[in-house]
Design a protein around this ligand. Structure first.
Ligand SMILES: [Zn+2]
Length: 390
């Protein structure tokens, strides 16, 4: 079937018009993509969220039963609230060889390139299929891709490898840190502050946990470094605290949030166990006064760190297609860690600079879009034959 053919810039203009800020529905964009693919005779499969307001899209070009190369990207964008933009963030504007608009770098530029490559891919007898995997809610903790990944090997063929098109300025990224967020809720007992022994001070208990977390932070900093990352160690930050009711009341509750940006290889669960050991000692002391006292510790969100490994076929292919011989590590997280953990070797490479992502007047250079299209053409060349990379 011969469907419409558009340039990546034309498709990007269409995609930018959909306000897919993470808290909104991405369905209008998904319907547009579904319709575009249908015009080329490609069926899309959707994985909807619980209330049906958002969906991931999965589609395959080429032999359906063969594990192929997945081109992965998220459809959602970060908010433009309280940012000052020169032009409407949801209308693509071209100035000085740059395409401005929310999501142009992160990462509708890549999505547009993938869609623009469809007619070329369809015109070839592919030995290795190309899968399109577009997710939602990436910007709020890589949430939307998880139900899609759960279908790999079930509803969908598990990809042989995954290319995640986050903005890397078209250089090959083979590792990133993994952000993990904890939430701690401390339940003490209120009392008049003059009668302190009758109460359990939730803020004082938080202080003991903070002391332990600060020790862990120092240890992570002193651990062997990986100079490919900036900073070259895992960070731990207490990012939020909220407790107490009045100056003369022993605080009954306290909430504490902290965030770890783990290097590949850092044992997140060892940190969790250590924290729980201190907490359980505290609970023992607290319950001598107040049997209802408690400390709840929960990992609110975890994106695994990503390390492709030295023998990764995904990295070898990306280097081959990009004509490069050097890989990079980044501190921001992507869906690559999740795909890799699910058994699909992954790599990150995409158009645009992460420095422009999330910023006002976000842009992607037209030259980057051109490089990405070249990369996808070489991917199509390779997928026709599907020879091993090495
Ligand atoms: Zn992104």
């Amino acid at each position: 079937m011969k469907g419409p053919s558009y340039s990546a810039a034309e498709l990007l203009a269409r995609l930018v018009r959909f306000d897919t800020t993470s808290h909104k529905s991405n369905l209008p964009l998904v319907r547009f993509v579904e319709d575009y693919l249908a015009q080329h005779g490609i069926a899309s499969q959707l994985v909807a969220n619980a209330d049906g307001a958002k969906a991931s899209l999965y589609a395959t070009i080429g032999p359906a039963a063969v594990p192929g190369v997945a081109l992965s990207g998220h459809t959602d964008v970060v908010p433009v609230d309280s940012q000052s933009w020169t032009s409407d963030p949801f209308v693509l504007a071209e100035r000085d060889g740059r395409l401005y608009g929310r999501g142009t770098a992160d990462m509708k530029g890549f999505l547009a390139c993938v869609l623009a490559a469809v007619p070329d891919l369809l015109g070839r007898p592919l030995a290795v299929p190309v899968h399109i995997a577009f997710s939602y809610d990436e910007e709020v903790g890589c949430l939307g891709v998880r139900p899609l990944i759960a279908e790999l090997g079930r509803r969908f063929v598990k990809p042989r490898l995954v290319i995640v098109g986050e903005p890397t300025s078209m250089s090959v990224v083979d590792s990133h840190k993994g952000p993990v967020r904890w939430r701690i809720d401390i339940q003490g007992r209120a009392a008049h502050s003059s009668m302190a022994p009758l109460g359990v001070n939730a803020i004082s208990v938080a202080g003991k946990l903070i002391a332990e977390l600060t020790r862990i932070e120092e240890e992570l900093k002193a651990a062997p470094r990986d100079d490919r990352f900036d900073p070259p160690y895992a960070t731990l930050q207490i990012t939020r605290i909220d407790g107490g009711t009045a100056t003369n009341i022993v605080p009954v509750s306290c909430r504490l949030d902290f965030d770890v940006r783990a290097l590949p290889g850092v044992d997140i669960h060892a940190i969790d166990r250590r924290l729980r050991a201190v907490a359980s000692k505290c609970i023992g002391e607290m319950r001598r006064v107040a049997p209802e006292a408690d400390i709840e510790i929960a990992i609110a969100n975890e994106v695994p760190p990503f390390a492709a490994g030295n023998d990764s076929e995904a990295v070898a292919l990306a280097l081959h297609l990009a004509g490069q011989n050097e890989t990079h590590a980044v501190s921001y997280a992507t869906e690559a860690g999740l795909f890799q953990a699910a058994g699909s070797p992954s790599v990150v490479i995409g158009p645009g600079d992460i420095a422009q992502a999330h910023a006002a007047d976000e842009w992607v250079a037209k030259d980057q879009i051109g490089k990405c299209m070249g990369f996808l053409t070489r991917l199509a060349d390779w997928a026709e034959r599907g020879k091993p990379i090495r």
